[in-house]
Design a protein around this ligand. Structure first.
Ligand SMILES: [Zn+2]
Length: 1024
């Protein structure tokens, strides 16, 4: 018989698009429209309903960028609609290709109760499942005219990312406001045809199944009268019943669909808009759950629940009920979907602590899995932190974004730096916004790597970012894909159910050891420096504030500031969201985040000063309590270079500083004699342990560690060399730096001025409209070179690095990660190594050979690179701090203005020295007067560091102490407690008590603890 499959496919596609889909809604009856333009920030719902409305028409323009317009839609259901399903269609000028990135609305009844959201792909409002005819229609729509920033030509610089610069142009035009009949049978026909057509497109051209489907589609379309689709839809469907009923093969892949909307907590819109995006999406999702018994919806981020609880309580009440019913599923157990490489270890733990606490308090549940589909890489410390917080599984799909290498597993065990393992799944559909299209379903099947033994994968299903989540169309597809010959099967399921099955299918899962490095978005370690600076500063201040507040509570009976610390932690955790801390949001977001960081700093400085005051210790340099809210406070902390002037030092760090022990207040030992002198054309900084020479242009030409006599700088080379690169990536300006950047480099050789200033050397350079002042000095103990940089940055699409050629033969560079460190090769033998041309560290990184290394520490930056190069017959390590970038999308003025950062270099260093240096420049000792204080808790082994001392989250008064093994080896330490103790128990990272721990209490209380390499342990101590 003759058949032409191409013609059948083309026919089905055209009829579906042009005739069947438009026939789902029939008999449009225009409704009356009125509008109220807010002209500023959103107003309360009650005000919106009560506002003065002016008549509006279809065709009217509306909505300047970021404004809110309230629409009122009124009319009467026509008598002819009696007995039919009736909806309102309201098209505010949507572009269906830009779903999630443009105008959206939330629909209310006249009494203020929410109905559902309006989105490009869901422009309908339910009126009646079976209309009586004659009933009144009255809806109000809170419509946000968010501008499209990621446009058809993406990544163009835009001024629309701030209210003030966005312009007054009206961006949208109302296209439609009608009451219509919803033709149920046509809707079903559309999805019969669509699912079969999309399946046929994926099947092999020679397959019998494909031929049978196309034959059936032709027969169905023969039966449909295109002038009366509604009247003939049933006849068309009858022709498809047989091919739709054919069951899937027994070995078919099984896709767990989980309803989802990946809503970025801020990105191309400000934080306040996310509050409304969440309210819109969740209001639609609870309605969808009510209408479809088998549907399951998952939402992450306790912060997003907290927002609707506070701002849209009527929506939240319905969400809470749906959670109680077990089908609206909180996932992830985190405060937000944070970046997963830049936050410090303690902050990652608090993401879990505050996330799970919220879900426990609000819903009586804890999440069993961590859900980070979109963060830009995952720290090698995470497996331990996830397991330690009680998680059983981990999900992401982001590694499918790798530019170069294909990750070899879909389901596997992920092993961290300490050997902890967690079962992990990467949805092989390679998306967190599945539509359950035929192409996506086929990709999941094809791309699933464990298919020789397993057959299960997960698909987060729904429009994200304010696209409205899962749609009834996706549910209609899932229904047909449940058991369909030629296709993978689809079932709506709780992710825990999926993970239990997926794990059972893989008795011997493959193991991936170490970080999940994302081969993309490498510039997010550097972009928007103030985000990095605020995060680091406040993480360190939180550590310090909790320590002194705990000591003051235990020793002086001062009330522990639970509320202040909870509030500041939650701010810092929010600002770690994976488009805020990485620096990839619009200007509005970053301006607000910097102000929020400054406010947190101010509060924490107050907590520290007040706690110390209660202990009889007065900080000499008064704590800044009137820090401006917009400009973050200075990070250059007092003390490190001024020790000789003060009597007492407050040392919160878990390392000794200037002779003052960890976690104590004491008298500083005399600092090392330090000199800064001119010498010939250049300058010399010298101490008992270090001699550093600079040339006349302020470059480092020698750095001799006097203990070993070794010069770290290769002969004839220059360190402290600023290098400026052109930096215009192929895509994703704020996110990406492409390897080609290295080829376009300008060394900033010339200095405007190099001079002595006390015991420091000041170097000033200018380039283009930019300038930098560096202040080079030695630390008070004489053991480290400090470089304080103040950059007036006025570049466009440039990347600034600070380079140090180091005479060290190192195959690997060592970088601090959360609670430990990891190594990465400095060569690029393989494509995996080649892809890691820009990497990240927490407070320090290190190049070393046995017996000698150089440590590089920072107070506010994360990016760096190390390249091996051959100089004068030897291979040396070219080590560079990443300082600043100047991308123009999405913030056209990212990083412009004055930026400050401090670096420190230690010569003759190993990992232990690097760890110490990292702590020292981030939690420097503070000059003070008053009473010395012995530490409340102390670890006898210097490799075991205390990372948190706080009162328990449950407000029982128990003391929580967290410590970690920092060397990558085994350690046994005595934890010494200077308080009367009633009980010591082990605890997990969420502070839940476990087994009692033995302790000795003759004199001081001591607890002997053995730790594995990089192990993190938590103790819960009940005071007597
Ligand atoms: Zn995201």
């Amino acid at each position: 018989m003759h058949n032409n499959q191409d013609l059948s496919l083309a026919r089905a596609n055209r009829v579906l698009t042009e005739r069947l889909r438009p026939a789902i809604h029939s008999h449009p009856q225009p409704l009356a429209l009125a509008a109220h333009r807010v002209g500023g920030e959103p107003i309360p719902v009650a005000d919106g309903l009560a506002a003065e409305y002016v008549p509006a028409q279809v065709g009217d323009p509306w909505g300047r960028a970021w404004d809110t317009t309230w629409f009122r839609v009124t009319g009467t259901v026509p008598a002819a609609f009696a007995g039919r399903r009736v909806e309102v269609l309201l098209d505010l000028g949507f572009d269906t290709n830009m779903t999630g990135f443009q105008a959206e609305g939330l629909v209310y009844r006249a009494d203020g109760s929410p109905v559902r959201s309006l989105h490009p792909r869901a422009q309908w409002i339910p009126v009646a499942k079976e209309a009586a005819g004659g009933e009144p229609i009255e809806f109000y729509v809170e419509a946000a005219s968010n501008p499209v920033l990621l446009d058809y030509v993406p990544f163009l610089p835009t001024e629309k990312g701030e209210w003030e610069t966005a312009g007054e142009e009206l961006l949208y035009r109302v296209r439609r406001a009608d009451a219509v009949i919803f033709e149920t049978e046509v809707f079903e026909l559309v999805h019969d045809v669509e699912v079969l057509l999309q399946l046929a497109e994926q099947l092999d051209a020679g397959s019998a199944r494909r031929a049978k489907i196309l034959f059936a589609l032709d027969r169905a379309l023969d039966a449909v009268d295109l002038q009366d689709v509604a009247g003939t839809a049933a006849a068309g469907r009858a022709q498809l019943a047989e091919v739709l009923a054919a069951p899937a093969a027994p070995s078919s892949h099984l896709i767990t669909a989980v309803g989802h909307a990946h809503i970025d907590s801020a990105w191309l819109w400000p934080l306040r808009e996310t509050v409304r995006k969440v309210a819109r999406t969740t209001s639609s999702m609870v309605t969808l759950l009510e209408e479809h018994d088998d549907f399951v919806y998952a939402m992450s981020s306790a912060q997003q629940y907290a927002w609707i609880k506070q701002h849209r309580p009527e929506v939240y009440a319905r969400v809470k009920q749906a959670v109680a019913d077990g089908r609206f599923v909180p996932v992830g157990g985190m405060w937000v979907e944070a970046d997963a490489v830049l936050p410090g270890g303690e902050a990652m733990i608090r993401q879990f602590l505050y996330g799970q606490r919220f879900f426990r308090d609000e819903f009586g549940i804890e999440c069993r899995g961590a859900w980070l589909p979109d963060s830009f890489g995952y720290s090698a410390a995470l497996p331990q932190l996830l397991v330690g917080a009680g998680f059983e599984w981990f999900l992401t799909q982001k590694i499918s974004w790798n530019e170069r290498n294909v990750f070899p597993h879909s389901s596997f065990e992920w092993e961290g730096i300490d050997g902890s393992r967690i079962f992990t799944h990467f949805p092989p559909m390679d998306t967190y916004n599945s539509q359950l299209s035929g192409a996506e379903v086929a990709l999941a099947d094809r791309n699933f790597k464990e298919k020789s033994v397993g057959s299960s994968s997960l698909a987060p299903t729904g429009w994200g970012d304010g696209g409205g989540g899962t749609t009834r169309e996706m549910i209609a597809r899932a229904k047909r894909l449940a058991d369909l010959e030629g296709s993978a099967k689809v079932v709506w399921e709780h992710p825990d159910v999926f993970f239990a099955r997926a794990r059972a299918e893989l008795p011997e899962p493959a193991v991936w050891k170490g970080e999940l490095y994302l081969e993309r978005h490498r510039a997010t370690y550097t972009t928007q420096h103030k985000m990095k600076q605020g995060n680091r500063r406040n993480e360190q201040l939180l550590f310090e504030a909790e320590l002194w507040a705990s000591v003051a509570a235990v020793r002086a009976g001062r009330a522990y500031p639970y509320e202040l610390l909870d509030g500041t932690w939650q701010e810092v955790l929010l600002l770690q969201f994976h488009d805020i801390l990485p620096g990839t949001s619009i200007a509005w977001v970053h301006r607000e985040a910097a102000a929020r960081h400054a406010r947190v700093t101010e509060i924490l400085q107050g907590v520290i000063a007040d706690s110390l005051a209660a202990l009889g210790v007065e900080l000499v340099e008064p704590v800044e309590t009137t820090a401006p809210l917009v400009e973050p406070a200075e990070t250059t902390a007092p003390g490190l270079d001024k020790l000789d002037q003060r009597d007492l030092l407050v040392n919160a760090a878990p390392i000794a500083q200037s002779g003052v022990g960890a976690g104590s207040v004491g008298v500083a030992t005399a600092g090392s004699p330090i000199s800064a002198t001119a010498s010939g054309d250049g300058f010399v900084l010298a101490s008992d342990s270090l001699r550093v020479e600079l040339d006349a242009a302020g470059h480092l030409v020698s750095a001799v560690d006097l203990a070993s006599g070794r010069d770290a700088i290769p002969a004839g080379e220059r360190g402290n060399l600023l290098q400026l690169h052109q930096d215009f990536p192929n895509l994703w300006d704020a996110w990406d730096v492409d390897n080609s950047y290295r080829k376009m480099r300008r060394d900033l050789d010339a200095a405007d001025e190099v001079r002595l200033d006390g015991d420091a050397i000041v170097v000033r350079r200018s380039f283009g409209a930019s300038s930098i002042e560096q202040r080079l000095s030695l630390s008070a103990d004489g053991r480290a070179l400090l470089i304080d940089n103040t950059v007036d940055w006025q570049e466009t699409e440039k990347f600034l690095k600070l380079a140090f050629p180091i005479d060290v033969f190192a195959d690997t560079a060592v970088a601090e990660t959360q609670f430990g460190f990891q190594t990465r090769t400095t060569h690029d033998n393989t494509s995996w190594e080649n892809a890691r041309f820009e990497t990240h560290a927490q407070r320090w990184f290190l190049v070393r050979e046995p017996g000698f290394g150089v440590a590089f520490a920072n107070d506010s930056s994360y990016g760096f690179d190390v390249v091996r190069s051959r100089r004068g017959g030897a291979v040396v390590s070219d080590v560079r701090f990443s300082m600043l970038r100047a991308p123009r999308f999405p913030d056209p003025r990212a990083d412009l203005g004055v930026q400050r950062m401090r670096f420190a270099l230690a010569f003759g260093a190993d990992e232990a020295r690097a760890t110490e240096l990292g702590w020292a420049i981030n939690t420097p000792a503070r000059p003070a007067v008053g009473a010395a204080l012995a530490p409340l808790v102390r670890s006898s082994d210097p490799r075991v560091l205390i990372s948190a001392v706080k009162l328990a989250d449950d407000r029982s008064g128990d003391l929580i102490v967290r410590l970690y093994e920092s060397s990558g080896g085994r350690a046994t330490t005595q934890l010494l407690l200077d308080l009367d103790v009633a009980a010591v128990r082990a605890a997990d990272l969420l502070e839940r008590p476990g087994e009692p721990v033995e302790y000795a209490a003759d004199g001081a209380v001591s607890v002997e603890l053995a730790l594995r390499p990089f192990q993190v342990r938590t103790l819960r101590i009940t005071p007597a």
